[in-house]
Write a protein that binds this ligand. Structure first.
Ligand SMILES: Cc1ncc(C[n+]2csc(CCOP(=O)(O)OP(=O)(O)O)c2C)c(N)n1
Length: 374
């Protein structure tokens, strides 16, 4: 027998939605553990904790250098990722090289984590065709799709690959990243729904970084939590502090275990923030957000709290960090040189690379460009 009074209590339902997604946090803004059980479950040894922090430092250093290159007009398209290091690097830290990554345009750091060289990422930014080859320095394939520009589209691609992995009985999952803006796209829901219906192994990250270009989260959707989108597809869905590397790692590890065991997808909304412009294509964030709001988020950023935790634990110090950052800078320098040494993209080779069999008009254009050395 239904209870019409309860069913028709819309206020109660809104309240239920509101309260169904508490944010998981293990390491707080002060660098203190607030969930000992969670820390234990993450089972990160001291070496692994340091390795994870180094990955976040790597992403930050790459970001700093890319922003400098952009200001000098030497970068091409770049989506800054400062502030998202835990959301990106601690999540990808929980996956294996066999797992397939589906990044968005801001997620190059996760591809680097799989062994993709930085110089390839720089070429990708410059629109060079070699920047779309996903392999390590010594030619081993990197299981990553290209950074998707069409927001949400990577979710349908990831769902298809996840089903393929299941059918081939691989011990692997697909993991995909979109943003708060991307979560409003049909493709995002379609990907989660398809994976859920076919119990395909997909871990779906929605990086809620507060803004979709200039559109703030509050105008993106009336849904109280972006994670709720997964419930409509029957997928377990959670909200995690995206500035907390330990919580991000644990959530990702558990989601991967669930998906690879044949249970279908998990949706993870990460609460993070984009601390820089949307891209290097002329965005000025102060036209749509205040400096005060930005300053508040800088206090929550993921490196500060992780550094404090590791220093308190006596497994990291300033000197080690200085030396490591110098190492990273040298590595980035080397990669910039390598990218600069690659022959400039020719229009003819770009078209040839795009079309397996060019039509007559394109064949004529290729010949014309080639004759002009372009
Ligand atoms: C299908 C589609 N519509 C519109 C755009 C233009 N666009 C590029 S980025 C962006 C905002 C995306 O915001 P979000 O998903 O929150 O990701 P973020 O850039 O914050 O990482 C939009 C609307 C696009 N790339 N693809």
């Amino acid at each position: 027998m239904s209870n019409s009074k309860e069913i028709l209590d819309f206020n109660k339902q809104i309240e239920l939605q509101d309260n169904s997604f508490p944010m998981m946090q293990i390491l707080n803004e002060e660098g203190k553990i607030v969930d000992q059980e969670g820390l234990k479950a993450a089972a990160l040894s001291d070496e692994k904790l340091v390795e994870l922090f180094k990955k976040m430092l790597f992403a930050r250093q790459v970001d700093i250098r890319c922003m400098k290159l952009a200001k000098q007009g030497r970068m091409g398209f770049f989506g800054p990722h400062a502030g998202q290091e835990a959301s990106q690097m601690a999540s990808s830290f929980a996956f294996t090289d066999e797992d397939w990554l589906f990044p968005g345009y801001r997620d190059l750091p996760q591809i680097y984590s799989k062994g993709w060289p930085i110089w390839k990422g720089l070429l990708w930014s410059r629109g060079h065709q070699l920047g779309n080859e996903y392999e390590t320095e010594d030619g081993k394939p990197v299981n990553s799709w290209f950074p998707q520009i069409i927001i949400g589209a990577q979710y349908v691609e990831a769902a298809g690959v996840a089903l393929g992995l299941k059918k081939r009985k691989k011990d692997a999952v697909a993991f995909a990243y979109t943003g708060d803006g991307g979560s409003s796209e049909g493709d995002t829901y379609e990907g989660i729904n398809f994976a859920s219906a076919y119990k395909a192994p997909l871990v779906a990250f929605i990086q809620n970084n507060g803004y979709a270009i200039s559109t703030p989260r509050k105008f993106q959707t009336a849904a109280k939590h972006l994670a709720a989108k997964g419930w409509a597809a029957g997928a377990p869905s959670i909200v995690v502090d995206g500035m907390d590397a330990i919580a991000m790692y644990l959530a990702s590890k558990k989601a991967r275990e669930w998906a690879v065991a044949g249970n279908g997808p998990v949706v993870i909304e990460t609460i993070t923030n984009r601390l820089e412009p949307h891209s290097t294509a002329g965005d000025d964030p102060l036209r749509y957000r205040t400096q005060d709001e930005l300053d508040g988020w800088w206090k929550k950023e993921p490196l500060v709290r992780m550094r404090k935790f590791l220093i308190d634990k006596k497994i990291w110090d300033e000197k080690q960090e200085e030396a490591y950052v110098a190492e990273l800078d040298a590595l980035i320098d080397e990669n910039i040189k390598k990218a600069n040494a690659v022959e400039k993209q020719k229009i003819s080779s770009f078209i040839k690379n795009t079309l397996e069999v060019p039509g007559q008009a394109m064949a004529e254009q290729i010949a014309k460009f080639e004759s002009e050395g372009k």
